[in-house]
Write a protein of this length. Sequence first.
Length: 208
Amino acid sequence: MRHEAMGRPGPGPGRGGGHGHHGHSGDDDAGDGHGWTRGRKFGADDLQLMLLGILEKNPSHGYELIKALGGLSNGFYTPSPGMVYPALTYMEELGYATVELEGSKKRYHLSDAGRAHLDANRDRLALLFAKLKHISRKMEWMRRAWSGEPLQTGPEGEDLATGWVPEYVQVRQALKQALMQRADASPTEQRRIAAILARALADIENNQ
C-alpha cells in the first residue's frame, strides 16, 4: 500500500507538508503535536528534521532522500519532490546542509550547524523515526490480515515481520476502543481513567 504525500512546504517551520493517511483498523494512532495521523499534515519542520537525520548517516541526492523515507515507512509515507526539494533549499539557506555539485545533480551533506540542530532535537527526531517504523509494521500487519496470509511466528509467538505478539496488538486495540467508548465520561471518571493510565505509563517507562 503506497500513498504519496502531496503538497508544498512553505519556507518556515510548521507550514505546508504532506499528508499521512492510515488504513482503517482498530489500531489507529492518536496525534501528539509532533507526528502525523490520518488526515493530518506532516509539518515542514518535521520533514526537515528527518531529512537532516538521514543526511547525518549518508550524504544524499534528493531522490535518495525520498526513497529513504519511503523505505522507513514501508512505502506508506513518500513525500513528493515538490515537498522535498523546497525543504532542502530552505535547509541550505539556514546553513543546515551544504551542497556538492555532481554535474547537474546536487548531493546534500549535513553541516556543523545542521548537526547542532539535530543535537538539540534528538528526542523529537527519535520519535518521528519511531513513528515511521511503527506505521511500517502496522501496514504490513494489516496487509496480511486483509489478504488472509498466515503470520510467520518466532519462538516466543512474535510475528517475524513486525516483532509484535498477538497479545500486544489486542490490548492496544482494546484500550483505544475503551477510551473511545468513554469519550463522554464525567470529569470525575476522566480523572480516574487518567490516573490509571498515568500509573501504567510510569510502569512502562520504568522498565525500558
